[in-house]
Each structure stands twice: as structure tokens, then as C-alpha cells.
Write a protein that binds this ligand. Structure first.
Ligand SMILES: Nc1ncnc2c1ncn2[C@@H]1O[C@H](COP(=O)(O)OP(=O)(O)O)[C@@H](O)[C@H]1O
Ligand SMILES: [Mg+2]
Length: 581
């Protein structure tokens, strides 16, 4: 997700971001309780292994005071306990990750289902899919794993250091000197990685977008011989991604050598001091081995801790993107007015639309009224604002000035679902789902085979569907590409008939068809229009001639209005338009 100028996380540091993100992973409580207990037990057991070595060496080998069975039994018991704790911790962690992830994914999908349509103009499908499917999962898993590492290893460190202090505080002080070095290195790293990870995320989106376009436009690309150009587009992002990944890897791997260097310095210092101490008999052999073992055991958690900041950063960036979707996407807002079936009476008063980032208005000062059952047509050159006008009615676009009324109630006071129930829409681009004919027809409504059959007949499609392998249960494939353009268009009309809405919007529903199929589509449209208020955008005389009222649009304004006969008599833009078509 692109960061907006009003991004609330603007100046936050990585730990602050982490805190904010973690609130989304607070469930289930039982998981956290088990995890905490398991981690505490596991870490507390950490120093018991060097602690066992001391009596073994000092008493077991030297003075044979120890019973033979004690050591092996304690080792097995200890490792059993430790493994159980670690198993419980892993299961609890998975439970937390999967529960939170499930609800986060649900929230995100709910969000895009009700978002203002602006979202789909701003973010390509691949970016949204990437956020919901990939980034969220990635973020949740990375984050929770690394958080557990931090807690587990910090606790192990504390336990080990306490044991070391108890054994020999002078030696321990030397060891402790390396901690600030590790902390400093980690801080510098986190900052650098945050920027790199953000950039990689954007690059992955771009890469996915190029793939999406190449797949959708594969025919256009081949016919234009644009494969090389497309490959080059892909390659440049691909290379960028590789560079960013290398930079991240280098930054991430640089910490361990630095830490190791300081670790080895500390180790040599400890050994030197220990030898001096043992000469004065202040240190037993068992004590020395226990100390060195415990000290070497520090290395693993320190190493994990120094590496974890890169994983945390990656996790935070990924989770933030998912959370940004949930938190910043604005839901569409409707009113409370609910009506089962409107009469279909529409009125536009002084309506204007200016798209964001667009210099000229798309519609200016539109006044028009449609009576129930009337058939009105909008004509005009491409870009004159016809689609914008049609999109206003189901509120796919909101007017920037003026008022629109349906049954005397302003559109913005209508409950959105109730409002959209009033419209059947057959658009320029027919979109079908990869589902059966029947489900494509019913879509969102109760499935009724008899009604579906009736609608297919009305749309002159019954024979074609009957010829499909499983009739109306045949699955259509991606966007029903096995059907011809005219068939798809008639299927869209059948869908509108099935919905049986009081108002029908036809946006160039016949534009892409040849005259042969066009007459079939025309016939099915006529059936669909019976008893409905119809708003048709068309450039075919056959469609508009019978309209009760025709509105001629130009540059977003209504230039002429009247019946076909009136407008032809009047001459001017309409006559020119008819002559052109
Ligand atoms: N989503 C949009 N964002 C910005 N401008 C748009 C958008 N949709 C349409 N326009 C502009 O609004 C004007 C009217 O477009 P449209 O309603 O699609 O016209 P028509 O359907 O008559 O061809 C055009 O100038 C077009 O470029
Ligand atoms: Mg249009």
C-alpha cells in the first residue's frame, strides 16, 4: 500500500510500529498464556545444563561422592522438560498466528468488499491480492516467530547471566561488555532494513502488476510485437528486486561478524582472567567448565537476537501493509432509507461531477427527470459523460454538486443495498464469474431453475445453453471466454432480467456486436425493458429511436432533449450524430 501523506505511522520508530502492529495479534488469550508459561519454563531450565556439569566434574570425577544414576536421570528428565516446553511454545505460537491471521484476512476482505470505489482505481488487483494473500501471512508468521525468539532468548540470557554472576561475578562483568555493542549494531540495522523492505514491497507489487498485465493483454502484446518491451519492463523491476534483496541480505549478515568479533575478545579475556584466578585457587575445574559452558551457551541467544531485528522489520512492514488496508480504507456510506421496490422515478437537479485529479468536469449542471416506466436514451460522442451519468445512479460515482432523487428521496439517503437492488445493469464490458450459468444468472439472489430458464428464453439464449455439456450447470470458465461476444452480452441481459429490478441501465450494451447477433440482443433487450424504467446509452439508431426522451450530451452538458422526431426536426447536433452512425 502506498503511504499517504496523512499516514498516521509517519514518524514512528520500528519498536513503536511493532507495538501498534502487535495489537492485531493479541488473540487468543489462552494461546498467549500457554506460550508465556512454556517460554518461562524453557528459559529457566537453560542454566541447569552447565549447573549439572559443576557437581559432575568437581564431585563425580574427583571424589566419587555422587550416585551413578543421578546424572543420566537428571539429564533425561531435563531434556524431556525442555522439549515439552518448546513443543508447547511452538503449538501455542502457531495457534496465535493462525487465529490472528484468519481474523485479519477476514477483516481485509470485508474491507475491500465495502470500500469506496476509489480504492479500486488507486490499487491494482495484484497489489490488493498481494496484501491479503501474501503479505499478511508473511507478516504474521515472521513477526510472531521473531517475537518469541526475542522473549525466549532474552529470558535465556537473563537466566544464564544470573547463573554466571552467581558462579563468578568478575568474569561475568567482562562478558556483559559485549551487550551494548550488539544493541547498537541492531539499532542501526533495523533502520536501514525498514527502508529496504518498504522498497522491496513496492517492487514486488510492480512485478506482479507487470505479470498481471502481460497475462490479461497477451493478445495485444503478441499482435503489437511488444514481447521484448514487456520483458524489459519485467526485467528492470526484477533486477531492482534482486539489488534490494542483496542489500538487505548484506545488512542482515553484517551484524553477526561484528558480534562474533566482540564475543571472541570477551572469551579470550575470560580465559586469561580465569587462568589467573585458578592459580590463586579461587576457581575449581568444575566451576571453570560450568562457566565456559554457560558462556558459550550465551552465543546462541545473542546470535538469534542480533539476527532477529531483520525478521522483525520485515514482519512489521508486511503486517503494517495489511493493517493499513483495514485502517485507512474508507467504507462506502449510505443512508437509512429502505424500500423494497421503487417506482423507478428519477430526478437529477443541477448535477455536476468532477473526478479527482481531473481538470475539467465530466458533467455540468444536469437537469433531467424520468417517469416510472419511461425509456430514456443518452447519446453523445465518446467522453461526453454518458457513462458517468449512468454510474451516478447506483452511486458508483458520487455527484460533486446538485441532487439526485429516486422516488423523491435523495440517493445519499438511500440504504446502499436497497438502492442497488433497484437497478439492473448491462454494461460495456460484460463480466462473468468462473461458475455455472445458473449461478452467474442468479448471482446474489435465490437460485430458481425455472426462473433462470424463463430468463434465458427471454434473452434468446435458451437453445445455446441447452447445447452446453451440462446445460445451465455448465461452468463457464474465466470470464465465460468460451461464449461469443453476443452470447455473453445476452447472458448479461438474462442476468438483469433475473434480477427483475425496476430500473434498467444499458450502457452501450450492443456496441461490440455485429448486426446479426445485434438483432437477437435487441430483441432480448426489448423484452427486458417491458415494465421497467430504462436508461439506455446507445449509438445505434435502432436502440434509441423508440425512446420517450433522448438527451444529447456534449462536454458534460445536455445540449438537446426531445423525442427522435422532435430532435430530427430541430436539426443540429442530434441530426449530425444520426448521420454519422
Ligand atoms: N475514473 C475517472 N477518473 C477521471 N476521469 C474520468 C474517469 N472516468 C471518466 N473520466 C472522464 O470523464 C469524462 C466523461 O467520461 P465518460 O462518462 O466515460 O464518457 P462517455 O461514457 O460518454 O464516453 C471523460 O473526459 C473521461 O476522460
Ligand atoms: Mg461510456
Amino acid at each position: 500500500m502506498q503511504t499517504r501523506p496523512d499516514d498516521p505511522t509517519g514518524g514512528m520508530t520500528v519498536p513503536q510500529r511493532l507495538w501498534r502492529v502487535m495489537s492485531y495479534f493479541s488473540q487468543p488469550r489462552s494461546g498467549w498464556i500457554v506460550l508465556t508459561l512454556a517460554v518461562l519454563i524453557g528459559s529457566a531450565l537453560e542454566p541447569t545444563i552447565p549447573a549439572l556439569l559443576k557437581p559432575l566434574l568437581d564431585q563425580g570425577f574427583n571424589s566419587k561422592e555422587l550416585d551413578l544414576w543421578i546424572i543420566p536421570v537428571s539429564v533425561v528428565a531435563l531434556f524431556t522438560l525442555r522439549s515439552s516446553a518448546s513443543f508447547m511454545a511452538d503449538v501455542a505460537l502457531a495457534k496465535i498466528a493462525q487465529t490472528s491471521l484468519h481474523s485479519l484476512r477476514k477483516k481485509m476482505f470485508d474491507c475491500i468488499s465495502v470500500a469506496e470505489l476509489e480504492l479500486y482505481r488507486k490499487q491494482p488487483a495484484t497489489a490488493l491480492a498481494n496484501t491479503i494473500v501474501f503479505e499478511a501471512t508473511n507478516g504474521a508468521v515472521l513477526l510472531l516467530q521473531s517475537i518469541t525468539t526475542v522473549v525466549k532468548d532474552s529470558l535465556s540470557l537473563v537466566a544464564l547471566v544470573c547463573y554466571l554472576l552467581y558462579l563468578n561475578w568478575e568474569l561475568t562483568l567482562i562478558v556483559l561488555l559485549i551487550f551494548p555493542v550488539v544493541a547498537l549494531a541492531m539499532r542501526a540495522l533495523a533502520k536501514r532494513l525498514y527502508g529496504l523492505t518498504k522498497a522491496s514491497q513496492a517492487a514486488v507489487d510492480k512485478l506482479a502488476y507487470v505479470v498481471e498485465e502481460s497475462v490479461l493483454a497477451h493478445k495485444e502484446i503478441r499482435i503489437q510485437n511488444a514481447e521484448a518491451q514487456q520483458r524489459q519492463r519485467f526485467e528492470s523491476v526484477n533486477t531492482l528486486l534482486q539489488r534490494l534483496a542483496m542489500k538487505s541480505a548484506i545488512a542482515g549478515s553484517a551484524v553477526a561478524p561484528v558480534t562474533n568479533l566482540f564475543g571472541s575478545i570477551a572469551l579470550s579475556a575470560v580465559i586469561t582472567v580465569a587462568i589467573v584466578q585458578s592459580q590463586s585457587n579461587a576457581l575449581s575445574a568444575g566451576g571453570f567448565v560450568a562457566f565456559i559452558t554457560a558462556m558459550l551457551m550465551l552465543i546462541a541467544p545473542i546470535k538469534h537476537l542480533s539476527e532477529v531485528s531483520s525478521t522483525i522489520t520485515r514482519g512489521v512492514v508486511a503486517a503494517e501493509r495489511a493493517i493499513a488496508l483495514v485502517e485507512t480504507v474508507v467504507a462506502e456510506r449510505g443512508g437509512d432509507f429502505v424500500k423494497d421496490r421503487s417506482t423507478g422515478q428519477l430526478e437529477l437537479r443541477g448535477v455536476g461531477v468532477t473526478y479527482p485529479d481531473s481538470p475539467a468536469p465530466a458533467l455540468v449542471d444536469i437537469d433531467l427527470a424520468v417517469q416510472p416506466g419511461q425509456f430514456i436514451a443518452l447519446v453523445g460522442l465518446s467522453g461526453s459523460g454518458k457513462t458517468t451519468l449512468a454510474n451516478l445512479l447506483p452511486r458508483f460515482v458520487n455527484c460533486t454538486s446538485g441532487h439526485i432523487f429516486l422516488d423523491g428521496v435523495e440517493l445519499r439517503d438511500w440504504n446502499l443495498q436497497s438502492l442497488r437492488r433497484q437497478f439492473g445493469l448491462v454494461g460495456q464490458n460484460v463480466v462473468m464469474f468462473n461458475d455455472s450459468v445458473l449461478n452467474n444468472l442468479a448471482m446474489g439472489q435465490a437460485v430458481d431453475r425455472a426462473r433462470a430458464q424463463h430468463c434465458l428464453e427471454a434473452a434468446n439464449l435458451a437453445e445455446r445453453v441447452a447445447a452446453l455439456p451440462q446445460g445451465m450447470d455448465t461452468v463457464l470458465g474465466h470470464n465465460a471466454s468460451a461464449l461469443s461476444g453476443g452470447e455473453r452480452q445476452r447472458l448479461a441481459i438474462a442476468r438483469a432480467i433475473y434480477k427483475d429490478a425496476p430500473i434498467l441501465i444499458l450502457d452501450e450494451a450492443t456496441s461490440a456486436l455485429d448486426t446479426d447477433t445485434d438483432s437477437l440482443v435487441q430483441a432480448s433487450l426489448r423484452t427486458a425493458m417491458v415494465g421497467r424504467t430504462t436508461i439506455a446509452i446507445a449509438h445505434r439508431l435502432s436502440t434509441i429511436r423508440d425512446a420517450d426522451m433522448i438527451f444529447v450530451l456534449q462536454h458534460g452538458r445536455i445540449l438537446q432533449r426531445g423525442s427522435h422526431a422532435q430532435l430530427m426536426a430541430e436539426g443540429g447536433a442530434y441530426e449530425d450524430f444520426i448521420r454519422l452512425t
